[in-house]
Ligand binder design. Structure first.
Ligand code: ATP
Ligand code: MG
Length: 351
């Protein structure tokens, strides 16, 4: 499965240039970048652009395989090599012969296996477990990836220096999405097309305000997180228009200072009072709606400084006029942002 690499930002162009530079040669490549930045798709792109592209691209996630099984997974084993080894098994190195072996999450490779990997890379031969030291020649191009700081791991001896230098022949730094926000519009269009097609939907418009909100979000999960957000938005799309609800939230939330419980309680009481027209008691009053007795609510309003006069004074000061009795919670988004879905301006980006 090969993926189109989307991106024309300066930092991503460096990555694309590095891919074309290193693809034709057999050197080891080390992909360094945060989670979800596209390390695996870049590894595949290098393989696809290399003379090995007719052969296999074999991926091993070093973090996903239990330590005890990893050696046999990488190098294979002979029948009877250990209890339960009932047949001879070919390892991933051998499966990738003449092709590319992608060692993902290399920072999680156990220390005790590191010398064996180094030997396989240097000598281009492996030994199956239980083979009595009989070497098997292999011809494999290795691409490794990690989201950890390998050089720092080397310093604290959590990763072997010799293996690090062997893998770090041609490092490629894959930038986080927040450092290439210019690529967000084209990535969004790409994912919208992809998910609309999969879900059998027609999406005609992407609100410009949505793109702006997406550009402001820091994307800790990088492209994978953006992809998931767009998948959700396409599912929720109504009449061919992408819904921004729940998408513009994260970016705004990150800029929003955390509110104290007292602040949240005060705002909730205010919103309820607004809703009941400041009726406190009775079965339609705010106390009943909040599940409190009338006296408890009044005491809490006093403690939190909630009074009708204050609200009127406050709103006159803030915008010069009353809000016409509209409930408070309709005047601001749940995150307190100025960008609720409903306020999206009608400028659109055609697909
Ligand atoms: N430049 C890109 N263009 C289009 N899609 C991309 C691009 N980069 C990444 N993706 C998509 O983003 C998702 C995450 O990419 P990938 O799995 O390669 O990230 P990763 O860096 O290996 O993440 P992790 O460290 O969590 O393993 C994938 O679905 C991939 O198809
Ligand atoms: Mg990965």
């Amino acid at each position: 499965m090969s993926v189109d690499l989307i991106g024309t930002s300066r930092s991503f162009k460096h990555v694309l240039a590095a891919i074309s530079m290193v693809a034709p040669v057999d050197s080891a490549v080390l992909l360094l970048g945060e989670t979800g930045t596209g390390k695996e798709v870049i590894a595949r792109a290098i393989h696809d652009a290399s003379p090995r592209h007719h052969q296999r691209f074999v991926a091993v996630n070093c973090a996903a395989i239990p330590t005890g099984l990893l050696e046999s997974e990488l190098f294979g084993h002979e029948r009877g090599a250990f209890t339960g080894a009932v047949t001879q098994t070919v390892g991933r190195f051998q499966s990738a012969d003449r092709g590319t072996l992608f060692l993902d999450e290399i920072g999680d490779l156990p220390l005790e296996l590191q010398p064996k990997l180094l030997r396989a890379l240097q000598e281009q031969q492996i030994e199956r477990l239980g083979s009595g030291g009989r070497p098997l020649p292999i011809d494999v191009r290795v691409i490794a990836a990690t989201n950890q700081d390998l050089s720092e791991m080397v310093q604290r001896r959590a990763f072997r220096a010799d293996l690090y230098y062997r893998l770090n022949v041609f490092p490629i730094l894959v930038p986080p999405l927040r450092e290439r926000t210019e690529d967000i519009p084209s990535l969004v269009i790409h994912f919208v097309r992809q998910f609309a097609q999969r879900q059998g939907k027609v999406i005609e418009e992407i609100p410009e305000a949505l793109i702006d909100a997406l550009k402001r979000y820091p994307w800790p999960g990088n492209i994978r997180e953006l992809q998931n957000v767009i998948e959700r938005a396409v599912i929720a799309a109504v009449n061919g228009e992408l819904q921004a609800h729940g998408i513009d939230g994260p970016g705004e939330r990150s800029a929003e200072p955390i509110r104290t419980l007292a602040q949240v309680e005060r705002e909730h009481i205010l919103a309820t009072l607004d809703h009941t027209g400041w009726v406190i008691g009775g079965w339609k009053g705010a106390a009943a709606m909040l599940g409190l007795s009338r006296t408890t609510l009044i005491a809490r309003m006093q403690r939190l400084g909630v009074s009708r006069e204050r609200v009127q004074k406050g709103s006159q000061r803030a915008d010069g006029q009353r809000h016409g009795g509209k409930p408070n919670h309709e005047r601001r988004s749940p995150t307190g942002s100025s960008l609720p879905g409903a306020s999206l301006v009608p400028t659109v980006r055609p697909l």
